[in-house]
Design a protein around this ligand. Structure first.
Ligand SMILES: [Zn+2]
Length: 354
């Protein structure tokens, strides 16, 4: 597990008292390890060794690692047209790296059939050992019928059945479902933990791992995605944009034209997010708090220094408000050329050179 020490501690206490609630809800942002923790808990609970941690040696641990254990049941959202082989492939990818998601997860739901199947199998089989652990990933994606069907199960949980729901949007769950679960909140992962995982698991060089970890907003999944995104190139692009915005009207309009012509909406949003992080760094720098752990763009510290000393005043709060508004407007599908034109104008207005 990457980080999540607080949750780990609570779960270890629960395990040591042998008082596992019949229904748990792991909620928090995407990519912070909710499914990974659910699988780890299932392993620790079912493992033949009577220790708090799974031994990863016994046959139960092995079967859970391959998701072939009859007492671990994994439900995840997918679109209607999925073959058995595809389902297996997705399950395998989840076990191989519980932080990642493959494509069918994109526009999915959890159907009533999936819950019915769970109920049917649960009533037929006698569980091998301590009980059955059922993991329902992104449970808020249950259709209303599926949610109502699950609710009935939660109202009278079969003995020895333990449900773990995960959700990155738990407020979309039925309140009656939430109230029957013991809820555990997963916070974004500390950037240092993400950086360590990137260097150890993905062999990323340390300085690069640090930058990506800080940009990932505490999501290990996002960090892994960022590895493929040529983030250095994007950070350079952001600086080029800033230079053009400050330079003159002509350069500013040209940069705007180039940006909206060559980049997709999501790409533009990402660049604006990187721009936000730049100003976040600027604020920390101005306040004299700059060091290796507070500054994201630490490799660009010389440019940052020059930047912060170039303006009469630097109202970072106001500037970040402007950028955040622009990002919100993009999400609301406002005409993107107008958003960027307006944003660049306002940035220029707020960035007056000495
Ligand atoms: Zn074991």
């Amino acid at each position: 597990m990457i980080g999540q020490d607080k949750v780990k501690e609570i779960l270890l206490r629960t395990l040591s008292r042998k008082r596992i609630p019949h229904a748990l809800l792991f909620h928090g942002p995407k990519g912070v390890g909710k499914e990974a923790m659910a699988l780890e808990l299932a392993r620790a609970f079912i493992c033949q060794e009577d220790e708090l941690y799974a031994c990863n040696q016994c046959s139960d641990c092995h079967r859970i690692a391959h998701l072939t254990h009859p007492d671990v049941y994994f439900i995840f959202p997918f679109t209607g047209k999925i073959t058995v082989d595809e389902e297996k492939a997705i399950l395998k990818s989840v076990v191989d790296n519980p932080y990642m998601r493959s494509n069918p997860w994109a526009t999915p739901s959890i159907s009533i059939e999936q819950i019915r199947q769970l109920k049917k199998e649960s009533s037929l089989s006698t569980f091998e050992n301590k009980g059955r652990v059922v993991i329902i990933a992104e449970a808020h994606l249950m259709t209303p019928e599926a949610a109502n069907s699950l609710l009935k199960l939660l109202e009278e949980p079969p003995s020895k059945m333990y449900l773990i729901l995960t959700s990155s949007n738990h407020m979309a769950l039925l309140p009656t479902i939430i109230s029957r679960c013991q809820c555990l909140r997963f916070d974004p992962i500390e950037w240092r933990d993400i950086a360590a995982a990137l260097t150890q698991r993905a062999s990323v060089e340390e300085s690069q791992a640090n930058i990506i970890a800080k940009i990932s907003s505490g999501s290990y999944r996002r960090a892994i995605e960022l590895l493929d995104e040529d983030i250095d190139n994007k950070r350079t692009k952001v600086l080029d944009l800033l230079r053009a915005i400050i330079k003159n009207d002509f350069e500013r309009l040209l940069a705007m034209e180039e940006l909206v012509k060559s980049e997709e909406k999501n790409e533009i949003k990402e660049l604006l997010n990187l721009l936000l992080l730049w100003f976040r760094d600027a604020l920390i720098y101005i306040e004299g708090e700059a060091n290796n752990s507070t500054i994201i763009n630490i490799d660009q510290i010389d440019i940052l220094d020059k930047f912060c000393h170039s303006f009469e005043t630097l109202d970072v709060k106001r500037i970040t408000d402007e950028i955040e508004t622009a990002i919100q407007l993009i999400d609301r599908n406002v005409y993107i050329n107008l958003i960027i034109l307006n944003l660049f104008y306002r940035l220029k207005h707020n960035l007056r050179r000495k």
